[in-house]
Write a new protein. Structure first.
Length: 278
């Protein structure tokens, strides 16, 4: 299969990079708008099915695109499966980064509006964005529980792995959910890996943590063959039943990667979801 253009394109260098931890992957890249006075903050979480082979660089074009439209873009790296990540390190990093982002960005760009933070995630990063916005819904015994909602005004999840139970059942990307949660591939019967994953899915699946009380938009291409649009449809339906303000934007004829490629019209739909008419 030919790699999508957005994965082959030369990354756009950030204007600054800051660390939120001591590991080399615990870093946030920043792009600043021409005028930062009152600029909203967009925290980007990249996809790649949580695997080490895919990093934040393929979102650099989208980050630069959003900064040119008036936002401070903060693209988060996190430890991933196959490297130092997986369960629980990937979730540790996302929790730390999202909590730290407003102050990190504020220190680097003091006129940014810390009250206007949007989490923007693509694919596996969409899952992580939805999860990070729901940490106040975790049991108090969870290492990631926070007593109040995160300082996030909205979430935009693009082609997200929004339903881990369904994604695991479908075995998406060679059983990526099992790899993330520390289990082996499904064999069709109950085994120790699957039993162990049951509790972890409950803690990691955004569907089970609804409602969040945070306005959420899901953007998904109807022609996505990597993450089926059914995952977004199921999440949106569950969120609305729970009482959350949730919009679902389905883009006809659009695949998995077009929405994060600034060279496409689909990326404009994402920018509108994040920034409105700005």
């Amino acid at each position: 299969m030919t790699e999508p253009a957005v994965l082959l394109r030369k990354p756009v260098p950030p204007q600054a990079s800051l660390h939120y931890g001591g590991h080399p992957d615990q870093v946030v890249d920043l792009w600043f708008p021409p005028d930062d006075r009152g600029a909203p903050i967009v925290v980007l979480l990249h996809g790649g099915f949580w695997r080490q082979a895919y990093d934040r660089r393929h979102l650099s074009g989208l980050a630069a695109y959003l900064s040119a439209r008036g936002a401070v873009a903060a693209s988060v790296e996190y430890r991933r499966v196959g490297g130092a990540g997986g369960w629980p390190a990937t979730f540790d990093d996302v929790a730390w980064a999202v909590d730290a982002a407003p102050s990190l960005v504020g220190d680097a760009c003091r006129h940014a509006d810390r009250s206007r933070v949007t989490l923007l995630g693509h694919s596996a990063g969409g899952h992580l964005a939805l999860w990070a916005a729901a940490r106040h819904r975790l049991l108090t015994t969870s290492r990631w529980h926070r007593p109040d909602p995160p300082a996030v005004a909205s979430v935009v999840a693009v082609a997200p792995v929004a339903d881990l139970v369904l994604a695991d059942r479908l075995g998406l990307s060679d059983h990526a959910v099992a790899a993330l949660l520390g289990g082996g591939q499904r064999s069709g019967g109950e085994d120790s890996d699957q039993v162990r994953r049951t509790g972890r899915i409950a803690e990691a699946d955004p569907v089970g943590l609804l409602p969040t009380g945070i306005p959420t938009t899901l953007v998904h291409g109807a022609a996505d063959t990597i993450v089926p649009v059914a995952l977004s449809e199921r999440f949106a339906a569950a969120a609305r039943r729970a009482g959350d303000q949730t919009d679902l934007v389905i883009l006809d004829g659009v695949d998995h990667f077009e929405p994060i490629d600034p060279a496409t019209a689909a990326a404009d739909a994402v920018a509108r979801a994040v920034l409105g008419a700005r």
